[in-house]
Design a protein around this ligand. Sequence first.
Ligand SMILES: Nc1ncnc2c1ncn2[C@@H]1O[C@H](COP(=O)(O)OP(=O)(O)OP(=O)(O)O)[C@@H](O)[C@H]1O
Ligand SMILES: [Mg+2]
Length: 151
Amino acid sequence: MKTSKKVINSLKLSFPSLSVNESAARAVVAAFSAQADPTTTELADIKCAVSEAVTNCIVHGYPDSIGEIYISVKILEGRTVRIEIKDKGKGIEDIALARTPLYTTSPETERSGMGFTVMESFMDKITVRSRVGKGTTVVLFKTLKERKKAE
Ligand SMILES: Nc1ncnc2c1ncn2[C@@H]1O[C@H](COP(=O)(O)OP(=O)(O)OP(=O)(O)O)[C@@H](O)[C@H]1O
Ligand SMILES: [Mg+2]
């Protein structure tokens, strides 16, 4: 089902897949998401999920080269944060398998196969689209809890 929620604000950024850019991307997305007034925990959840998605683009999307990573953050009506993270790299053959906890194609490294599981548990919903040789797009959604107004 397509979300038709009104977009309140949006931000786009792109950067080369250098690992040094992971923390910068995470910080920018967090700073922008902060305007929706998340709790500290909600913000930490968003940062964690973004970090996993960007790391995946860096290590799996572009394993042998440096490619561009594209992020689009939207604040939607109803305090929903929508974050799209995209690479034009290797792609995923079997998305359902890739999303299985502990599944990794890089067992020889320090990877544990928990990135998608972390994204799923910290966000309300994630969608993954991918085509082998074309790239991968992950969309993360989180609706922030209603907060009591301090007046
Ligand atoms: N952007 C991507 N491009 C290509 N393959 C991907 C991408 N993201 C994930 N994958 C594939 O999905 C698998 C599972 O990803 P996941 O993030 O759950 O685990 P991991 O990256 O292997 O380990 P961890 O995230 O725990 O370090 C990866 O091993 C990889 O094969
Ligand atoms: Mg990962």
